[in-house]
Design a protein around this ligand. Structure first.
Ligand code: SF4
Length: 239
């Protein structure tokens, strides 16, 4: 499917295959937490095609854009239902909404974190229990916090290794890979949404704004993480 990658991209893709294959050899059970963003299209393609030992999971928070669900369906068709979808605990979510309201996340940083915790972090932790490492699509360019990452590091927050194969990819390289391989992507990217999360907490960015400026835009930029990515780098692991 798609055309041949440039030599530069093929070399970068080969480095990812090598890193992920080594992660499977070293850590055993590895899971990719698929955010369904542009970076996720690259990793979904590489993992599904070349490192099928890695499981792929996406979290349906219940507040995603319709365009995101449409993308998920296209990916399920293209990659043969490789993506396992997990959900928040219904009781926990019901309690959260009873306490802070259906859109309570707008009212305070604590309420927002509580919502991300119930809808993303808890389902994620529940799913990754039993895995030794997880793969993320974070890139250094995306935020000051993410610029501190290492390709393989111990994730103290979740108690497993974290593998980030795309850290040094540029946005242009991500899109070049997607277009060359003709991979489906979220059509919201064509409407100035470089980073896409839940519908109420994501908006389009203005020209020149940081790529994550549309996520939780009402908060301090340093605090804009969903809880899956610790902001303080822990022990880096030699690969
Ligand atoms: S991004 Fe918004 S709606 Fe989604 S889990 Fe976090 S606070 Fe809740």
């Amino acid at each position: 499917m798609g055309q041949v990658l440039t030599l530069e991209l093929e070399s970068k893709a080969a480095a990812i295959r090598e890193l992920l294959t080594e992660a499977v050899r070293r850590f055993g059970r590895v899971v990719y937490a698929n955010s369904l963003g542009a970076e996720a299209m690259v990793l979904t393609d590489l993992i599904s095609t070349d490192v099928p030992q890695i499981d792929i999971v996406s979290i349906d928070t219940g507040r995603l854009h319709e365009e995101t669900y449409e993308l998920l369906e296209k990916l399920q068709r293209r990659y043969g239902n490789r993506i396992r979808v997990v959900y928040p605990d219904a009781e926990e979510l019901s309690g959260l909404v009873a306490r802070q309201g259906i859109n309570g996340f707008f009212h305070s940083p604590e309420a927002r974190v509580a919502c991300c915790n119930a809808r993303k972090v808890v389902p994620f932790k529940r799913f990754v229990a039993g895995y030794s490492a997880w793969v993320t699509g974070v890139r250094r360019e995306q935020s000051p916090a993410r610029s501190l990452g290492s390709p393989v590091e111990w994730d103290d927050q979740h108690g497993l290794y974290k593998v980030s194969p795309l850290l040094d990819w540029t946005e242009e390289q991500v899109w070049s890979y997607i277009r060359t391989r003709k991979i489906p992507y979220n059509v919201l990217h064509d409407r100035q949404y470089p980073s896409i999360g839940c519908a109420p907490c994501t908006r389009a960015v203005q020209p020149g704004e940081d790529s994550r400026a549309g996520r939780w835009w009402w908060e301090n930029p340093e605090a804009r993480e969903c809880g899956l990515h610790p902001r303080v780098r822990t022990a880096a692991v030699q690969s």
